[in-house]
Ligand binder design. Sequence first.
Ligand SMILES: [Zn+2]
Length: 116
Amino acid sequence: MTLTPSKYEVQLVYECPSCSIEHYATVDETRFPGGVLCYCGKKIKFKAIYGTKITLKTKEGEKKENVKKEVDNRLLEDIISALCNTGYKKSEAKKKAIEAINIYDNVEDCINYCFK
Ligand SMILES: [Zn+2]
């Protein structure tokens, strides 16, 4: 039996503007009027949040997103030219680049993937 989640919990992360320490809060906690005292002494108040919405992506959803990514031509071109510079043939580079782009969304990760 395959279940989908009946509810979810969200942790909100706030970064202290003076010391960059991260503070975690649940949605309920953002509505405490008192705020939080950071370790550095700064008093932080969270903007009250009254609800969150997440999208659960199933495998089908991922595929759709991949199609969108394939249209990201600039990223594709960047990876292809980087691969060509290291000796890949253009056709091979393109194949590899498309493969990588389906997994990663930035040049660095894609290129790392191609050299794995
Ligand atoms: Zn702080």
